[in-house]
Design a protein around this ligand. Structure first.
Ligand code: HEC
Ligand code: HEC
Ligand code: HEC
Ligand code: HEC
Length: 340
């Protein structure tokens, strides 16, 4: 009997310590986002904000690319997308791309250095498509990126493989108990689902495909022959919302008034911006990234053999505006859109 008390005490102490450790150390500061009394407030931890600020600075500027020399299509042999640039802009852009994507490997990441015109290195073909993808974002998705736009650096940050692109989660192997033990792609701690019990395939269903993002049914009562929002739709919606909040480093009230999550006219303008973001990400994955899979070397693919895809975090990396809204395009105008 005597021995039991200390054991209970030790367990209680360990338990309390664990709870205390799971809190964030103060101080916290908050910024009001909406009308007073609506609870639309962002809370920040200044210590963490400082760490984020350190790693999310734009790279050194080399100034705008100056036109000069003959047309690239007259100077070079195999220029399929950048032929309209002047020679100086073309070479300047090559140098920038190298800084942003493969500073360590240099030109050789994309080129056979004995024959720059050759397409034998797969990364060159990928980069050509990436240039077109960047044009697409900057020219067609201004409802999301405004005139800030993006460059290769927004996603790549000096690495050939963007750190915050995502692969499909496979989860643990399915148990053999049949339907009764089916996990339904949830109840596994994964980063995408913010370590909650929510489904881990939300990004596959909602950012690579056109799944329904909906909780509130369209009709008050079920109508014969029409399906409402299923529990599955609901769970996958919340999972995506967790991912979006984590990606931007904000909480739900950055976009929603929590008294009515579904209501657009009570939501913050950022929600509309996010809606365009969702459409943009689907477009980038479907039209550009996923079709590149066959040329990507196997060791760059995920465990289920899929290519790393674009998500909110690929650009945002924990900040509501990537790189705090730094405008890098003026130094790389040829990336702002396709030739007119
Ligand atoms: C991330 C990939 C990438 C890197 C790194 C890169 N390039 Fe390129 N380079 C390309 C692509 C893509 C093209 C083809 C552009 C087109 O089709 O319009 C190209 C074409 C060229 C050409 C034209 C060759 C010809 O005759 O057709 C030259 C010259 C060139 N690059 C020089 C360089 C130099 C010098 C470096 C290093 C400072 C470099 N590149 C780094 C992707 C890259
Ligand atoms: C919206 C985000 C985004 C932007 C902007 C972007 N990329 Fe990418 N890039 C990706 C993703 C996602 C992949 C696929 C990841 C992989 O291959 O692992 C990729 C792959 C690549 C690869 C092949 C990497 C490998 O597997 O070896 C190259 C090279 C590349 N990008 C170059 C560029 C260049 C050059 C630019 C700018 C003109 C650019 N990217 C702009 C997201 C982006
Ligand atoms: C960056 C903005 C943003 C953040 C942050 C955000 N949401 Fe959303 N939310 C949206 C958008 C945009 C939609 C609508 C998507 C659509 O209709 O395609 C949406 C839809 C929803 C819906 C479905 C409403 C309906 O019509 O049924 C719910 C519920 C929801 N969000 C809850 C949350 C919760 C909970 C959080 C925090 C964990 C959150 N959201 C964080 C932008 C955001
Ligand atoms: C290709 C890069 C890229 C991707 C991917 C991306 N965004 Fe953005 N987003 C931006 C840029 C750039 C801005 C800043 C534009 C500006 O200066 O106003 C921005 C701004 C926003 C804003 C406005 C923030 C504010 O403070 O007003 C929201 C909200 C947002 N993004 C949500 C999302 C969501 C949600 C996703 C994923 C579904 C997403 N973004 C994916 C590049 C991206």
């Amino acid at each position: 009997m005597k021995g039991l008390i200390p054991v209970g005490l030790v367990v209680a102490i360990l338990f309390s310590v664990q709870i205390v450790l799971s809190f964030e150390r103060p101080p916290m500061s908050s910024v009001q986002q909406g009308f007073r009394g609506t609870g639309m407030v962002e809370t920040y931890n200044p210590r963490e904000a400082e760490e984020l600020a350190e790693i999310n600075q734009p790279p050194e500027s080399f100034g705008p690319l100056e036109p000069g020399g003959d047309k690239a299509s007259d100077v070079y042999e195999n220029v399929q997308v950048l032929g309209h640039l002047s020679d100086d802009e073309f070479i300047g852009l090559m140098a920038l791309i190298t800084e942003w994507v493969s500073p360590e490997e240099g030109c050789a990441y994309c080129h056979n250095e004995d024959n720059l015109a050759s397409d034998e290195v797969y990364a060159k073909g990928v980069a050509r498509r990436m240039i077109e993808m960047t044009w697409n974002v900057n020219a067609n998705w201004t409802d999301h990126v405004k005139d800030t736009g993006v460059t290769c650096y927004t996603c790549h940050r000096g690495q050939p493989q963007p750190q915050y692109a995502w692969y499909s989660e496979t989860g643990p192997a399915q148990q053999t108990g049949g339907f009764s033990q089916s996990r339904n792609n949830q109840n596994v701690a994964t980063e995408v689902a913010a370590y909650s019990s929510l489904p881990y395939d939300a990004l596959d269903r909602l950012l690579a495909a056109e799944g329904e993002i909906r909780v509130q049914p369209r009709n008050g009562l079920p109508i014969f022959g029409q399906t409402g929002s299923s529990i599955q739709d609901t769970e996958v919606t919340y999972s995506l919302m967790m991912y979006m909040s984590e990606s931007l480093g904000v909480n739900c009230t950055f976009c929603h008034n929590s008294r009515a999550f579904y209501k657009w006219d009570e939501s913050a303008p950022q929600r509309v911006r996010a809606w365009h973001g969702i459409q943009m990400v689907r477009n980038l994955n479907q039209e550009y990234v996923v079709p590149l899979k066959p040329v990507i070397p196997e060791e760059h693919l995920g465990v289920s053999g899929d290519i790393a895809k674009v998500g909110c975090n690929t650009c945002h990396q924990g900040i509501n505006k990537p790189l705090y809204g730094a405008k890098m395009l003026p130094d790389a105008l040829p990336l702002s859109g396709p030739p007119q």
